[in-house]
Every structure is written in structure tokens, then in C-alpha cells.
Design a protein around this ligand. Structure first.
Ligand code: ADP
Ligand code: MG
Length: 465
């Protein structure tokens, strides 16, 4: 087995450290921080610890978890062996001066953490919390969720690539990793690789520097599901090299029916890519967005989160948080956890004024580009060949009802209008009619590929206009 160089075992350890800090918990972080990686081959990692006590403590309690985590990063079938040695070496300067102390950064941050040069191929373990079970499905994400489920059920088969976009903190990374979890559950041997675009570029640059570009390309041929997060990073940097490398990998995988899932902070057509073919290729797949959750959804997310954290702060307080924070689910969760922490640490009664004060830093206002109902009706009438008069009128023949239902669905998805307002606009109909239309189209999207594509393309066209 080839032995990895010391630099490379440092690299491996540096990627592992924040993940271990999260998994092991803050109490042991001090011990972890003092560990010096000594060497690593494919089976065993040798770690230097400062004294006998640390050795005994870590061996007894944590070597299993450390080995398992290293195994995940190295993409082994199982854990690797961990050997602790009391090392008299003077401490080597911490290779991660910017590493945050616990609580550890979220995995997507770990993925983008600056990595020292190495030619080895590391994967970022998926966050165990980012599963479909923990994802609250609502109108703001129903389409993306349905597409993600399809992809996870039959990777590489139909929706390739899947492109998920949204503003920050709305669930892209969560949904993407949920696909990874589900694929791994169903196919234990599938190679799922989650990587941020930034980390991809880091690895690319290193491989060019070390003259190992061919190896870099070869690595990706064995990937079954490639999850690339925050692709806008590739568009934001100068020079065509990383774009080309990405395009090459992307094409290789798509052509061999491997699944590619991409997340971005904007739709493909707004990415500042120099490669026009890449942009149009991304635009041709399923493009799903995640929008701001409405009030009920925010409550549902807060309830789920409070439940999974085992905390409770009362319905009134949940409502107050849900009302105050509209545009970022991460901020919503942060506010909730802060309120819980405050309540338990200070043993105080939570008054509305106090809650307002604690959550004030998390507030931000949403502004989303909205489409007008008029534009939707114009557009649907031209694409589905149904006159506007008919769509807004009272006739109920089949060739009119379907376009009308599609337009109502898009009205609910793309505008800020309430069900009642949409009903009124479409010939003074009741809100339950709109609801029925919405549910019908949603159901079809989840079961019928043609409908999924139809709605996908219509949404892109209406948003882009
Ligand atoms: P993004 O990648 O779009 O910036 P993330 O996927 O990191 O957003 O999500 C931010 C946080 O919000 C995560 O903790 C995630 O679990 C949570 N979250 C987002 N959407 C949902 C949802 N629909 N249900 C439950 N939690 C969610
Ligand atoms: Mg993300």
C-alpha cells in the first residue's frame, strides 16, 4: 500500500478535524487539537498525542469514531485503523489557524475550508442531519423536492443534471446531500461524492501544479453520483481553466449516465460562465428553485427543529420567530437555538420583548422577483394554445381546464398572490378551485415526467423574462 506523505496526512487530518469536533463534541476538542498526524497509508493512520493520558483517553473512547471518519473521507468501505503514539515532537504549527473552534462549521463550510495542496482525492462526508426525513416539504420547495426524490430513486436515469438554485440558507445543500444519503442507502457500493466548487478548483490547481492533471480527470470516472455545491464559485473566478475542467468532468459523467447534481445561488442563465455550451447544457436539465418559505412552513420547520433538538420554547415564541425571520432558514434555526440557549442558561421567563431582542440580529428582509398573473396567462395561453378569454372565462371543457390549471399552479408558484386572489383573477373562482388545480399539477409533476418538464421549462421562461 502506498504510504501517504506527511504533508498528505496533515491534509487528511485537517479535513477530519472539524468533522470530528462536531461528532465528538466540544469536551474532547482540546485533545483532538493537540494531535499531530504522523503518517497514513491506506489501512492505518498514525497519530501523535502529547502524553500517555491523552493516548489512553482517545484510544478508549474515540479511536472507533476517528477511524470511521477517516475511512469516510478516504472513501473506504469501512473504518481505517488508528494508532496513537506518544510523540515527543515539538508541536508543529497548527496547519489550520483559521479553523473555527467548536461548534464546528457546517459541512459545506468544511468543504470550502482552505486546503493545503495535495494530490489525494478527498470526499467530504455528508452531514447526517441533511436527510429527506428532516426536510420539511412545502410549496416553496415542492418541485425541487420531487425532482430530488426522482434523482435519488434512479440516479443517472432521467433528470441529468439536476440544477438546484436559491438564495442562501434555503436548503440547497440539505436537499443535495439528502440525495446522497438516499442513494447510499439503496446502493451501498455507490460512490457518492459531495464537493464544493471551491474545493474542486483547489484540487484542480494542485493537480496542475503537481503535473497530475490526468490523474485528477481519471478520478472522477469512478464517481456514480457527483454533488457539486455552490457552482457560482467557478463562474466567479477569472480564467477558463477551471470552467473547462468542470465541463470536462461534467460531460464525462453525464455521457456515462452518472448522476450530476449542481447547486447554485442563481439560475444557470445568470451564471457568469464564459463557456456558452456549459451554460446551455445546465439550462437543459431540470432546473429547480427553492423559494422563501411562507409563514406556515416556517412554523413547521421551527417545530421540527425544536423537536429534533429536544427543546421547547412555547408556541407563542415560535410564532414570533417565524413572523420575524422570513428569508433564510439557517437564520431561522439560528434564532431558535439562540432563544433556547438563552432561556436555559439564564433561567429567565421569555417575554415577547426579550425574544425580539435575542432574534434581532437574525432579521433580514426578503425581496424576490415576482411575476405578474397577467404574464403567466399570456405565456400559458401561447404555449398551450388556449385563448386568454377562455382561460379567464367560465367554460369547462377539457382543452381549457388543463391550461387554466397550469396557469393557476404557476400563479401560486411564481407570484405573491393568495389562493383567493388567484381564484378571483381566473373568472371569480373560489380559492378551493385554485387549491385543487395546484394539487393536481403537483401530483402530476411527481408522477409524470412530461409534466415535470413542461412546468420546469415554463417556470424558467417566466422567471427569465
Ligand atoms: P443553502 O445551501 O441553500 O444555503 P442549507 O441547505 O445549508 O441552505 O440550509 C440551511 C439550513 O436550513 C440547514 O440547517 C437546513 O437543514 C435547513 N433547511 C433548509 N430547508 C429546510 C427544510 N425544507 N426543512 C428543514 N430544514 C431546512
Ligand atoms: Mg449551501
Amino acid at each position: 500500500m502506498p504510504e501517504r506523505s506527511t504533508a498528505s496526512s496533515h491534509e487528511l487530518w485537517r479535513i477530519a478535524l472539524p468533522i470530528l469536533a462536531e461528532r465528538i463534541g466540544p469536551a474532547t476538542y482540546g485533545f483532538l487539537r493537540d494531535i499531530q498526524p504522523i503518517s497514513c497509508d491506506d489501512d492505518t493512520m498514525v497519530l501523535g498525542v502529547p502524553n500517555q493520558f491523552a493516548k489512553a483517553w482517545l484510544e478508549e473512547r474515540h479511536s472507533g469514531l476517528i477511524g470511521a471518519t477517516l475511512g469516510e473521507i478516504l472513501q473506504h468501505q469501512g473504518p481505517i485503523r488508528v494508532e496513537m503514539r506518544v510523540s515527543a515532537q515539538p508541536p508543529i504549527p497548527d496547519p489550520t489557524p483559521t479553523l473555527a473552534p467548536p461548534p464546528a462549521p457546517a459541512p459545506e463550510l468544511v468543504a470550502t475550508a482552505k486546503t493545503a495542496p495535495t494530490g489525494d482525492f478527498y470526499a467530504i462526508p455528508l452531514n447526517a442531519k441533511y436527510t429527506f426525513d428532516n426536510f420539511v416539504v412545502a410549496d416553496c420547495n415542492r418541485f425541487a423536492h420531487a425532482a430530488a426524490i426522482q434523482v435519488a430513486k434512479s440516479p443517472g436515469k432521467s433528470y441529468n443534471p439536476l440544477f438546484i438554485h436559491s438564495k442562501v440558507g434555503l436548503g440547497k445543500t440539505h436537499l443535495m446531500q439528502a440525495i446522497g444519503h438516499m442513494v447510499k442507502q439503496q446502493h451501498a457500493n455507490a460512490r457518492v461524492v459531495y464537493i464544493s466548487a471551491e474545493e474542486f478548483v483547489n484540487q484542480l490547481i494542485t493537480s496542475i501544479r503537481d503535473n497530475r492533471n490526468d490523474e485528477f480527470r481519471r478520478r472522477y470516472r469512478t464517481v456514480d453520483v457527483w454533488l457539486v455545491d455552490d457552482i457560482q464559485f467557478i463562474a466567479s473566478i477569472e480564467g477558463p481553466v477551471s470552467e473547462e475542467a468542470f465541463f470536462h468532468t461534467f460531460n464525462t459523467l453525464c455521457q456515462t449516465n452518472k448522476q450530476v447534481v449542481i447547486a447554485s445561488d442563481c439560475p444557470p442563465r445568470h451564471l457568469q460562465l464564459m463557456n456558452e455550451r456549459l451554460r446551455s447544457r445546465l439550462d437543459m436539465g431540470i432546473v429547480a428553485d427553492l423559494r422563501y418559505p411562507d409563514y406556515e412552513t416556517r412554523i413547521a420547520i421551527l417545530e421540527k427543529k425544536a423537536q429534533s433538538e429536544g427543546t421547547s420554547i412555547g408556541r407563542d415564541n415560535l410564532e414570533l420567530i417565524a413572523k420575524s425571520i422570513e428569508s433564510n432558514i439557517r437564520a431561522l434555526e439560528g434564532a431558535l437555538l439562540n432563544v433556547c440557549a438563552y432561556a436555559s442558561l439564564n433561567a429567565v421567563e421569555l417575554t415577547p420583548a426579550l425574544v425580539e431582542e435575542i432574534i434581532a440580529p437574525y432579521r433580514a428582509h426578503s425581496e424576490e422577483k415576482r411575476v405578474a398573473l397577467r404574464d403567466i396567462v399570456d405565456y400559458v395561453s401561447s404555449v398551450l394554445a388556449c385563448s386568454k378569454e377562455n382561460m379567464l372565462g367560465q367554460k369547462r371543457s377539457k382543452d381549457i381546464v388543463w391550461p387554466r390549471q397550469v396557469a393557476m399552479y404557476l400563479g401560486r408558484e411564481l407570484t405573491a398572490n393568495s389562493l383567493a386572489e388567484i381564484g378571483r383573477y381566473f373568472g371569480d373562482r373560489d380559492h378551493t378551485t385554485v387549491m385543487h388545480a395546484y394539487e393536481k399539477v403537483s401530483r402530476l409533476i411527481a408522477t409524470d415526467e412530461a409534466t415535470l418538464w413542461l412546468i420546469n421549462d415554463m417556470k424558467s421562461a417566466l422567471r427569465g423574462s
